[in-house]
Design a protein around this ligand. Structure first.
Ligand SMILES: Nc1ncnc2c1ncn2[C@@H]1O[C@H](COP(=O)(O)OP(=O)(O)OP(=O)(O)O)[C@@H](O)[C@H]1O
Length: 239
């Protein structure tokens, strides 16, 4: 569903991501964790063609990124950084547009409004919403068309605990229906609860998977990062 093969994208100044190879299969929830600046958003932007790889290939839904046509993009659901919405339009109008863009029946909008608890703000302009409600609109827009591939950057940001549970249920439901899901997060406990696999990212590289069965996830996470930093420094000194 989503496959990276040796993908590299470096920015001027040297930051970026290097040699990324991984897949997200149908029915799988894969989480990406790493410190600020590790490269998670860059990876997601590469996955969605918002950035082009300098080396390597990205494949979505069986297509090379360059060969993706509109019908294939309509089967992808994304939320990267901030929800994309027209500030002067209402929640309902924004969801209607998102539905049309994804070639889905606009009758789904009402179910989506109710699923995300947006009934009371459905006719309010997007710009007047609280941050958490904006995020809920963004998630509703990303998921209401039953995408086969879902890519969400820190989706639980600004959500209240009830919405975090709602998000978890929505993602589990979609994974059960066969969607491939990639999410990034800073919430280790939440990630451990929902993800089938947790990929660790550090300094622009994927450095392995975190075993979520362990009792002290934070400790395991920081230990892996510390070890990777040490290994890299040792390699640099030796080089
Ligand atoms: N357009 C750009 N030009 C130059 N450098 C960039 C650009 N976009 C990202 N970077 C740099 O690439 C690195 C990875 O950034 P990225 O936003 O992918 O990290 P992140 O893991 O998503 O961080 P956070 O958890 O803070 O959101 C950082 O050092 C960042 O400053």
């Amino acid at each position: 569903m989503l496959a990276f093969d040796n993908v590299t994208r470096l920015f001027r100044g040297g930051a970026g991501v290097t040699d990324l190879t991984f897949t997200v299969e149908p029915g799988e929830i894969v989480a990406l964790i790493g410190l600020n600046g590790a490269g998670k958003t860059t990876l997601m932007r590469l996955a969605l063609g918002m950035l082009r790889a300098q080396h390597g290939t990205v494949r979505l839904l069986g297509h090379a990124l360059e060969g993706m046509h509109m019908a294939a993009w309509a089967r992808v659901g994304t939320l990267i950084e901030v929800p994309l919405a027209y500030p002067e339009l209402t929640v309902r109008q924004n969801l209607h547009i998102a539905c049309l863009l994804h070639d889905c029946n606009p009758r789904r909008v009402e179910a989506s409004i109710s699923a995300w608890g947006l009934d009371l703000v459905a006719d309010r302009r997007f710009r007047r919403l609280s941050l958490g409600n904006r995020q809920r609109v963004g998630l509703a827009a990303a998921l209401q068309h039953d995408p086969r591939l879902i890519v969400l950057d820190e989706p639980s940001n600004t959500l209240d605990p009830a919405s975090v549970i709602l998000l978890r249920e929505q993602l589990e439901h979609r994974a059960c229906a066969g969607a491939a899901i990639l999410i990034s997060s800073h919430h280790l406990d939440e990630v451990a609860r929902i993800a089938d696999r947790v990929l660790l990212m550090n300094a622009g590289r994927l450095i392995g998977e975190l075993d979520t069965a362990g009792s002290d996830l934070e400790r395991a996470f920081f230990e892996r990062i510390r070890q990777d930093d040490e290994d890299r420094m040792a390699t640099e000194v030796a080089g």
